[in-house]
Unconditional design. Sequence first.
Length: 159
Amino acid sequence: MFVIRGKELALEYDRLFAGPRKLLVPPYESLYRYGDGQVMAPCAVQVRKLYRENGLEISSAFNDLPDHICAELQFMAYLCLMDAEAWASGDEIEAARFVAKQDSFLKEHLCLWVDKFAGRLASSTDNPFYLSLGKLVALFVKLDSDIVSLSLGRLKQLG
C-alpha cells in the first residue's frame, strides 16, 4: 500500500498543533514564556499592539491568536520587506528604523521562545519533515537575530 505523504503530514500536523485533544506542541509564545497554560498573556497583547503600530491588523480569516508562531514570523517578514524597500528607495534613516524594530522584536519575542518550541516539537514527533522544520525555524531565528544585531551595530557606528 502507498502512503500519501500530504495526508500523512496533515494528520501529523493535526496531532502536533491542532488537537482534537491537548496540543502536543502549542504554537503560541504565551504558553512558552509563561508556562501556566495562559493564552493571551502579556506578550500576546504586546505583539498585537506592535502589529497595529506598524499598520497591520490580523486578518479575520486567521482564526488564531496574535502570538502564534506563523503570525510572529510573518510580522518579521513584513519588517524585513519594509527595511528592504527603505534601502531600495535610498531612505537610510527609515531602513535603520526597521532594522531596529527587527532587533527589538527578535530579542523581546521570538528569541525568547522559539528554541523551546523547537525542542518540544523534537520530543513530540519522529516525522522527519516536522523534526527538520523545528530545527530550521530555531536556527533561522538565531541566525536572523545575529545578522540583525550586527547590522544594527554597524548602522549605529555610521550614524
